[in-house]
Ligand binder design. Structure first.
Ligand code: SF4
Length: 551
């Protein structure tokens, strides 16, 4: 067998992760078949998983926090870039307290393992990992987001956030070590994974750059930038390209070599990374509301491919950059060290040096008055909202549409108050609100014209860019779409949301209609009653790009 031309397609290199040891319990070295084996107890897998899910919900990597701080310190960043980055840093600080998770969408639990050939378990690894996920979501103030299909059309929330996605494969080489990568992937972030089935025709620098520019413009801001962006060019299958993109977005493949090999080794193309980073910078989305920080960083991985196929995969890790590595070795159970003191990344300067002008809007007035005030503010401006809003998202919108289709009127609350598209995480005891950030506005686009025609949804609040149809509806009916910062859900709960009460459709859990009172709730005017859309000019002609190093 030694003469077989084998190459590891994704050589990870030495593991330089900073780990902390959780325990030495549940691991032992035992002899078998003349070799030393690593025996791992079910409880070690369960405890490791529960701790990983808890850490990810509340803590970020030090490198991610340092990148946010770099945005705040960058004199070339836009005021909106700096405002968003500062908000995300403050959010990290609140979430690190361990009560409010950093984002209201606490994600789908994804666990990828590489189990060494000399690791012994009882064979039920998936079950023990699932038990750890279950314990974390049951005990912490997280959100249950998983919907189980009963029929093609009927779904129920599983009430546990299970199932988790668990993929365990055999590690390369002779190893008494179990490596795991835990992720908690939010829906908005997961929705920004894309696969394009291309061909050799796109494999020139100019064509690939033009192709990527189009895809970056289409990516938009709904997954809460700044992104860790990953692109994979090639792959022995479509699913392998997508999986590699997911790993690269978690910076799991950072130690890949810089060049390929005749046997088909995957590699990072750092020149292309710099080119795409520059492209992302110049496109102008910025950190959600214009600027240069659409991406913190870019990874481009080149893989071998079938001569007749060219899969290109794109994935992002969002502002809830939730991934943590773990290793079980004969020395114990280890988990990647995340930052427990994010305050050390906060800048020491007052806010007004870091943000632009802000217009205060009182929401406790007739809707016409609110709209008149918003109409006087140019798109792209920052506003601060105080007063009452209603919260409704996907299922509530579908039910309200059914009412209209039955000839019933729109509920008054949708006419009298701005509507915030969101769904909270669990409310911690003694607090008015659980983590409560915005969801992706685009999913509600199909309702806007109909609801506005019926006199409702005239001021909408959520995250991300919207379709042309929404801008046209706002122009026709005098509506507004305000974008609020996606990501800092713990800060919104702690500092901006004063009261939360279920208003309608209480059977829907986190998808119910809520009435909330907010104070100094930050937002930006994205679409106004003249149909002007802050993001529309970003769909402009191709740019002339020059390579330069990433920040
Ligand atoms: S930061 Fe944004 S994209 Fe990421 S999980 Fe939270 S809401 Fe979703």
């Amino acid at each position: 067998m030694s003469g077989v031309p084998y190459t590891d397609p994704l050589p990870l290199g030495p593991d330089t992760t900073q780990y902390r040891r959780l325990t030495t319990d549940g691991v032992a070295t035992v002899p078998a078949a003349g070799r030393q084996m690593l025996a791992v107890d079910p409880e070690a897998l369960r405890t490791l998983t529960e701790t990983a899910m808890r850490d990810m919900a509340h803590l970020l990597r030090p490198s991610h926090l340092a990148q946010l701080r770099a945005v705040v310190d960058d004199g070339e960043a836009s005021p909106n870039d700096r405002f968003v980055a500062l908000d995300l840093l403050r959010n990290a600080n609140i979430a690190a307290g361990g009560v409010l998770p950093m984002c209201q969408d606490t994600g789908t639990a994804i666990v990828m393992g590489q189990r060494g050939n000399r690791v012994l378990t009882d064979g039920d690894d998936h079950r023990h990992i699932t038990a750890g996920v279950h314990a974390a979501y049951a005990r912490l103030n997280l959100r249950y987001s998983q919907m189980a299909p009963l029929t093609m059309w009927e779904e129920v929330n599983t009430g546990t956030n299970l199932p988790a996605q668990i993929d365990i494969e055999l590690a390369h080489g002779d190893r008494a070590r179990y490596d795991l990568l835990f992720m908690a992937k939010g829906g908005g972030s997961a929705n920004k994974s894309f696969l394009y089935q291309e061909s050799k025709a796109v494999l020139t620098e100019a064509r690939l750059t033009a192709f990527l520019e189009e895809k970056l413009r289409a990516l938009g801001t709904a997954a809460c930038p700044p992104y860790h962006l990953a692109l994979v060019i090639g792959g022995t299958s479509a699913e392998y390209a997508l999986k590699t993109a997911k790993l690269a977005s978690a910076r799991h493949l950072d130690a890949l070599p810089d060049s390929g090999s005749p046997l088909g080794r995957g590699f990072r193309d750092r020149a292309m990374e710099a080119r795409v980073w520059e492209l992302a910078r110049r496109i102008g989305y910025g950190a959600q509301f214009g600027g240069k920080y659409f991406c913190h960083d870019v990874r481009v991985v080149r893989l071998p491919r079938h001569g007749g196929s060219l899969p290109i995969a794109l994935a992002v890790s969002c502002s809830a950059d939730r991934q943590v590595k773990a290793a079980i070795t004969p020395e114990g159970v280890f988990l990647e060290r995340l930052e427990t003191d994010p305050a050390r990344h906060l800048p020491p300067v007052p806010d007004d040096r870091l943000s632009g002008e802000v217009v205060r809007i009182d929401l406790d007035r007739p809707m016409d008055r609110i709209r008149r005030d918003l109409s006087a503010v140019p798109v792209g401006s920052r506003v601060s909202l105080t007063g009452t809003m209603v919260v409704a998202r996907d299922i509530a919108h579908a039910r309200i549409r059914e009412r209209l289709e039955r000839g019933e009127p729109l509920p008054d609350y949708l006419r009298d108050h701005p509507v915030y598209y969101a769904g909270p995480a669990k409310t911690p005891e003694g607090r008015p609100s659980g983590s409560f950030g915005p969801t992706t506005a685009g999913r509600m686009d199909g309702y806007v014209a109909e609801f506005q025609r019926a006199g409702g949804s005239l001021v909408m609040l959520a995250k991300g860019n919207r379709s042309r149809g929404v801008a046209e509806a706002c122009r026709a009916h005098g509506g507004f779409y305000l974008g609020t910062i996606g990501g800092p859900a713990a800060r919104l709960a702690e500092e901006c949301i004063r009261e939360v009460a279920v208003l309608d459709h209480c059977d829907l859990g986190m998808e119910a209609v809520w009435r909330i009172r907010v104070e100094d709730f930050p937002a930006f005017v994205v679409i106004n009653d003249r149909g002007e859309d802050f993001f529309a000019p970003i769909a402009s002609p191709p740019l002339q790009i020059s390579s330069r190093p990433q920040a």
